[in-house]
Design a protein around this ligand. Sequence first.
Ligand code: ZN
Length: 281
Amino acid sequence: MLGWKIGDVTITCVVETTSCELDEILFPEVAREEREAISWLRPHFLDADGRMLLSFQCFVVESCGRRIVVDTCVGNDKDRPMPDWNHRSGPFLQDLACAGAERESIDLVLCTHLHIDHVGWNTMLLGGKWVPTFPNARYLFGRVEWEHWKDQPEDLGPVITDSVRPIVDAGLVDLVETDHRLTDEVWLESTPGHTPGHVSVRIRSRGERAVISGDVMHHPCQIAHPEWSPAFDHDRARATVTRRAFLEGCSDAPVLVIGTHFAAPTAGRIVRDGATFRFVV
Ligand SMILES: [Zn+2]
């Protein structure tokens, strides 16, 4: 299980799945040869056939005596149109416990945004009902994000209905602003574009720095090509501006960048590479 120490903060990565399932649909305008031309994507981020690997994972952040879950993946038992995500029965909760983070021990749950693959384990099926997976946690949802999604049609399955609204109804939600501070060492940064209220998670302790990207980028190829924007970015132009600014900021400072969908080793440094950037793991 991957993990990092940033000063006094520990971060543990719990992977739900790693696959090439999105290879064909992530960047429909980008030819495979263009990705293959980025030599440093091998061996970690392309498979043997040159397909893009993506992980779906959450991060357990321990800071100032608080145990925080950042993003909750796809979840089990959910009714979803994608075969890989439909009625899953994976060992995520056992893996979380193996990471020393039993679900009852979680203090805060933070969703970087309210997409299907970031809210799934907010709830679990118990006695035919969706109940909060983390009963002792406060769930932090972005106010802007919730305002956007709460009345949208649900075209990828009942995501808000089964994974977000039950938490609201249970009274466990705190709606937070995009610069919310979770602890003295952990705070949110507004990174809009992928969704209107999207945030990344900044960490600083004893002079060391890290950031959990969220979906500012999905695959490391976007570090070399910040203009590559997936079809499911809500506002592709804004997402590109945000992504470029994010990469610029990270390249100018010693900050460990932890990619929310990056396959292992998941974390590295952004360095300048001519007019663009590369990822050094
Ligand atoms: Zn995502």
